[in-house]
Design a protein around this ligand. Sequence first.
Ligand SMILES: Cc1cc2nc3c(=O)[nH]c(=O)nc-3n(C[C@H](O)[C@H](O)[C@H](O)COP(=O)(O)OP(=O)(O)OC[C@H]3O[C@@H](n4cnc5c(N)ncnc54)[C@H](O)[C@@H]3O)c2cc1C
Length: 496
Amino acid sequence: MGKATGFLEYERKEDRSETCERRIRHFQEFHIPSDESERRAQAARCKDCGVPFCQINVTIGGMAAGCPLGNLIPEWNDFIYRGNDRQALARLRKTNNFPEFTSRVCPALCEASCTGHLHGTPVTNRENERYLAEYGFEHGLMGPEPPAVRSGKKIAVIGSGPAGLAAADQLNRRGHSVTVFERADRPGGLLMYGIPNMKLDKSVVTRRTELMQAEGVEFRTGTEIAAPEAAAALLAEYDAVILACGAAKPRDIAVPGREAAGIHFAVDYLRANTRHLLEPKSRLDAEYNAKGKRVLIIGGGDTGNDCVGTAVRQGAKKVTQLEMLPCPPAERAPDNPWPEWPKILKTDYGQQEAIFLYGKDPRIWQTTIKAYLTDAKGKLTGVEAVKLVPVKDEKTGRFRMEEVPGSEYEIRCDMVLIAAGFLGAEEKITEAFGIARSARGTVAVRTPAGHQTENPKVFAAGDCRRGQSLVVWAIHEGREAAREADAYLMGYSGLR
Ligand SMILES: Cc1cc2nc3c(=O)[nH]c(=O)nc-3n(C[C@H](O)[C@H](O)[C@H](O)COP(=O)(O)OP(=O)(O)OC[C@H]3O[C@@H](n4cnc5c(N)ncnc54)[C@H](O)[C@@H]3O)c2cc1C
């Protein structure tokens, strides 16, 4: 806890953001951290609530509530309030390998389940966490800490997203020699080539991977492990293998006209833009440049919002975002009480910017497309959209979205970005290792909560095991897989 009466004395005050007008002119992070005294006041708002749901990773109503990492939030809020940032950081690092990532991109399940949120506003845990992470880097508390003794065991991690990085970090700290194989030219997975710069500057990712290198983790970028020979070689050379290769198979919207030029998957588009920002001398392929174009994004989720923010910055003429589901309510519904994750309408940074620029919310709810429309040369000119309505399935009691007959209409556009989710791990990796896939397309594991696959030497973590998820879950998964691999190699594990 912070100060017993802090929640009565101080209002929740979030860090300021640059105005939409300013921030759409660049691709940098745009939050302006509060000063130290404000941070201490915000930490003081953490009260002695008895059962801090913020730090408990529990499933309520079929959904996760509280921090998946079990971050010791009341403890570090208390230390921040008392001015002991060093100790606060030490407690934070007990459970979270990469607070500089989660404090920038996590939707903060902890704040949704904060007791302060029951009848008021939650503690600014995410911003407090960011303060601590940056305090650590600024004060030399995040320097390289290579293990004193090496175990002699060799571990290969395939994929360098947050799951692979967390597994590598844990296993390296334990003294094992870890090599991370990454097919992209830079490590970081979706932290590097998915989440846009304005949410997570790429120097923050590189700062961490360079630190891990200094601690002894080897990164082999530009190396894909996808052929049976490569998998066999790895299994022969290493004592254990962790698959952390993400859920990179995008869900397609393969309706007539899909072959038209100008239709891209969201991650390909975001990756091209990030690469261009990292290498300003390189040309941004015109196909991935929204400048002057009418952009249609299919998918109303977070990835779709990142496409909105990117297209706005590239200078799109118009941005529209389609979502199949109905618009969520502004307030929690009675069947979605605290401390569950609130299923309410969120207007994210990209959507706010589109509202500022074009004067209206880019989202159109309960709508999908039936066809891509093209001109005589096969160039994309628009889509045939159709309205949807929820219909209750009498057998299952679940709702499904059905087309409204006769509601078709045309939306004109020059570029379509498909942000309709992901279908699981790529087949080639499971085939290479001879490992089964689950019905959901993820890497199959022996027990529902476990990470070991049918090959006892091979473990799986992150989106490839769990399905498309969040950075905080990927870190949790990496830590869990590391603990299981460590126990497999050593007979026990002290990793937590
Ligand atoms: C556009 C976008 C925005 C997002 N924004 C957020 C957000 O704001 N907050 C949040 O919490 N989550 C966000 N997410 C989700 C989050 O990024 C993922 O859940 C998380 O990155 C998954 O981590 P991972 O390590 O399992 O996989 P990934 O991050 O996908 O990393 C997998 C890595 O494995 C590599 N790889 C794959 N196959 C091979 C192979 N055969 N050989 C070698 N390397 C291989 C890939 O190149 C990749 O680098 C976002 C996702 C997307 C797509």
